[in-house]
Design a protein around this ligand. Structure first.
Ligand SMILES: *Cc1c(COP(=O)(O)O)cnc(C)c1O
Length: 489
């Protein structure tokens, strides 16, 4: 077909107003409004124009019904939030890239209330004067950790930055060589120290650091000793580190502060829940730390926040630092954090009320039962795969407890094609198709299978929603198909 014919075909596309008058589009307009529908119509026409440019005989693109359908598809895309809900079936319970902890109902209610109404954020309801927003959570944090004072900021990285800047700027910060941590997403202790204006001084060796290493390193320029929880790795074998209580003694004998970055920080005894031991901020406070920092959204199971607890004077110094204002929490987060902390203080079973804890302690038999219910419903769904229910191991995630695993069950999808290269292609296509579902399903590929760890598919409504949308998966994944499954348009 020559250039002129191509132009003719494309010119036969209807005008925006004509497509707007199509009954299906008009019905959608009544619901979504003119502005959004117009945008969807334009995008659908642009898309058709591009398709026709590439393939001038794609005449079906010109039909009014096809264009109306394309408009509704664009509309669905335009109204779908970017921060949309997904199914986290990766097996990593507190997944940083998937937003870490989901919140307790009480925290969600508190958050929506605070979003809907003015709240007494920095307003003292007793005397009508100006208040301090930290007061919303400070009492709870002190009660839960035994600390004298507390303050909160945007995240734990901010908490460490602020505490270092307030207590150690222009001075040396001593830290064991075994604890120069890097957390995913570019949190590196040496860089944070530099940004805070501290001079890093490493002591000891990677695997062993002794009390005398710290004692001999302290000089007139030393501002503080820092201890960082090695969240995402473990040093095992011939190792030695200085206990927190001894570090506190060494620091206080020389008039400097001890700062402990706990990373996660559990507010309840994990071993009592049948989980691996995790350090609690209260223990670090009893050991004599001046300042302890930890995340709100890791093992605590609350909103993203950086929590700083410790001695009154140290916290007061931190609160006076100009960065405190730059890193402060908003009312929504404060409301969610307060509600979560209340559950730790007041609930008979925080491990049931706080979703992260509930998922981590979910009984293996219950996960297996979910699998038994799902298996018959998914096994015949896709012709190119065989599905089994297999034991697997979930991780806690977010750099928490790196070496520990929780026994779980996964749906395992194994391609039935024989050539290895084709199998890999099949798996990647299925992984992609699952990601493109209305509520994307995120699994992981391991050892020639796509694993969907069922630990985090824990409610009846999620289970039903998961199964229902699987019907939308394209049927074929065989390596001979030219087009990638689900990848059209
Ligand atoms: C996770 C972690 C951080 C960073 O905390 P965010 O809340 O992600 O900012 C800092 N230090 C340690 C030891 C951590 O585990």
């Amino acid at each position: 077909m020559d250039m002129k014919t191509t132009m003719d075909v494309r010119r036969r596309l209807p005008a925006v107003d004509t497509l707007l008058a199509h009954p299906a589009v008009e019905t959608a307009r009544q619901h979504y409004g003119h502005r959004l529908i117009r945008r969807a119509v334009r995008q659908a026409l642009d898309q058709a124009r591009q398709r026709l440019a590439a393939d001038p005989v794609a005449g079906s693109m010109l039909e009014a019904d096809a264009l109306a359908e394309a408009t509704l598809a664009r509309l669905a895309e335009l109204t779908r939030p970017a921060a949309r809900a997904v199914f986290n079936l990766t097996g990593t319970v507190i997944h940083t890239n998937l937003g870490r902890s989901t919140l307790a109902e009480a925290a969600i209610d508190a958050m929506t209330d605070a979003a809907r109404h003015p709240v007494a954020l920095e307003y003292d309801l007793e005397d009508g004067g100006r208040g301090d927003r930290d007061r919303l959570v400070e009492g709870l944090l002190c009660e839960l950790t035994g600390a004298e004072a507390a303050t909160v900021v945007n995240n734990n990285a901010a908490a460490v930055l602020l505490a270092l800047g307030a207590l150690g700027a222009g001075r040396e910060a001593l830290i064991s060589r075994g604890e120069l941590i890097e957390i995913g997403g570019a949190f590196r202790m040496p860089d944070i120290m530099q940004a805070a204006g501290c001079r890093l001084r490493e002591v000891g060796a990677t695997n062993r650091t002794h009390a005398r290493d710290f004692e001999s390193a302290i000089g007139e320029h030393t501002g503080l000793i820092v201890k960082a929880h090695t969240s995402n790795y473990a040093i095992t074998g011939f190792t030695s580190s200085v206990p927190e209580s001894q570090l506190a003694e060494i620091a206080h004998a020389r008039g400097i502060a001890l700062l402990i970055d706990l990373g996660s920080g559990a507010l309840t005894d994990f071993t009592a829940l049948g989980l691996p031991y995790e350090a609690q901020p209260g223990d670090a406070i009893s050991a004599g730390a001046d300042v302890v920092t930890f995340s709100g959204d890791k093992l605590l199971g609350g909103p993203q926040a950086g929590i700083i607890v410790g001695r009154r004077e140290a916290i007061a110094t931190i609160k006076r630092h100009p960065l405190k204002r730059a890193l402060r929490l908003d009312k929504l987060t404060l409301a969610a954090l307060e509600a979560t902390l209340r559950l730790y203080r007041d609930s008979d079973a925080p491990e049931r009320a706080i979703p992260s804890l509930a998922l981590l302690t979910r009984p293996e038999a219950e996960i297996a039962a979910t699998g038994e219910r799902l298996l018959p419903r998914v096994s015949a769904l896709l012709s190119d795969f065989e599905v089994t229910l297999t034991p697997c191991a979930s991780q806690l995630g977010s750099g928490s407890l790196p070496v520990d695993r929780l026994p779980s069950r996964a749906l395992a999808w194994r391609p039935t094609v024989s050539a290895r290269r084709d199998r890999e292609r099949c798996l990647r296509r299925l992984e992609g198709a699952l990601r493109r579902l209305p509520r994307p399903v995120i699994g992981r590929i391991s050892d020639g299978t796509l694993l969907l760890d069922l630990r985090c598919l824990a409610t009846a409504s999620d289970e039903a929603a998961f199964v229902d949308q699987l019907a939308e998966l394209p049927a074929g994944y065989g390596a001979t198909d030219r087009q990638d499954a689900g990848g059209s348009l």
